[in-house]
Design a protein around this ligand. Structure first.
Ligand code: PBG
Length: 332
């Protein structure tokens, strides 16, 4: 690219002189419309639990969900993502609880759709919150069985759709699941339920705090590298996304976010589809602990999510969604 202009005629600081001027020429901005808040749900009644590795993030029992949902509504955050903290005694090697119409996600869906019908709900499609081994799929002969897992994921998808889930988000990384889920949804007339595929999901150590939050960390004895992606690579993102889009994905997620901005940008440039970023638990906690210890200040939050907008993401799943939306409201 040819650089236009030269000093002293050109002075780039002119456009930085006033706050209003900076606002005028800003290329990217974040709005409440760009945010998705993950919410952890726990068993029991009247519970709001802290999560040690994720300061200020809570688990809510279903009856307490309105506490957080009222904030979501007031701040006009369009969608929440539900994640269950399944009690140990309901976990088994098949993740059967995933198919229980009275599991935490299904109960939450019913509550939200009744009391907060305008809030969009996104549900993970994966078995890890339900399996006794903490993996996203079922294990046969010591391997995560792709095709047998998909059969369960299809049922999980239909179940969640039947209770009003707006966006199904397969995060399991089994090959071919998007197409089969889409086909099953259409057959059951859930043609309006969207699929947000976690098309690009790396085997990342940044999921650690999330695994605490859903209680799968202590269960997990091996890594997820036979299904989640190798972070040394970026060639396979084109096939991962391409196949998912062909199979019927409406949107794709890139995850983790902050350390994969190059990937977000490549997908955005090469596929003209909505790309979402997940600022995952480890990214949240790293910033949060630094703020708590006065190593960073609160402004680092907006800076961290603006990077996603610059890279080309249309929306961001972030545990900071409430803080960011409050901040936006204040500055308007
Ligand atoms: C599980 C799932 C994970 C996350 C979302 N869905 C963790 C994993 O794959 O082990 C991570 C989210 C986060 O770290 O915030 N399928």
């Amino acid at each position: 690219m040819k650089i236009i202009g030269s000093f002293p005629k050109t002075r780039l600081r002119r456009l930085r002189k006033h706050k209003w001027m900076r606002n005028l020429v800003s290329e990217n901005n974040i709005s409440h419309n760009d945010l998705i808040l993950p919410i952890f749900v726990c068993d029991g009644k009247n519970k709001i639990q802290s999560i040690k590795s994720m300061p200020d993030v809570k688990r809510y029992s279903v009856d307490k969900l309105p506490v957080i949902l009222k904030k979501v509504k007031n701040l006009k955050i369009p969608m929440v993502a539900l994640f269950p903290y399944t009690p140990d005694n309901k976990k088994d090697d098949q993740g059967s609880e995933a198919l229980n119409p009275n599991n935490l996600v299904c109960k939450s869906l019913r509550l939200i759709k009744k009391k907060f019908p305008d809030i969009g709900v996104m549900c993970d499609v994966a078995l890890d919150p339900y399996t006794s081994h903490g993996h996203d799929g079922i294990i046969n002969n010591n391997k995560i069985d792709n095709d047998e897992t998909i059969k369960i994921l299809i049922k999980q998808s239909i179940l969640q759709a039947s209770f009003g889930c707006d966006v199904l988000a397969p995060s399991d990384m089994m090959d071919g699941r998007v197409g089969l889920i889409r086909k099953a949804l259409d057959k059951k007339k859930f043609t309006d339920v969207s699929i947000l595929s976690y098309a690009v999901k790396y085997a990342s150590s940044f999921y650690g705090p999330f695994r605490d939050a859903v209680g799968s960390k202590s269960k997990l004895k091996t890594d997820k590298k036979t299904y989640q992606m190798d972070f040394r690579n970026s060639f396979d993102i084109f096939r991962e996304v391409g196949l998912d889009v062909k199979e019927g994905a409406d949107m794709v997620m890139i995850k983790p976010g902050m350390i994969y901005l190059d990937i977000i940008n490549k997908i955005k440039e090469n596929f003209k589809i909505p790309v979402l970023a997940y600022q995952v638990s480890g990214e949240y906690s790293a910033i949060k602990f630094a703020i708590k210890n006065k190593i960073l200040n609160e402004e680092s939050i907006i800076e961290s999510v603006m990077a996603f907008k610059r890279a080309g993401a249309c929306a961001i799943v972030t545990y900071f969604a409430i803080d960011i939306a409050k901040n936006i409201k204040k500055s308007n």
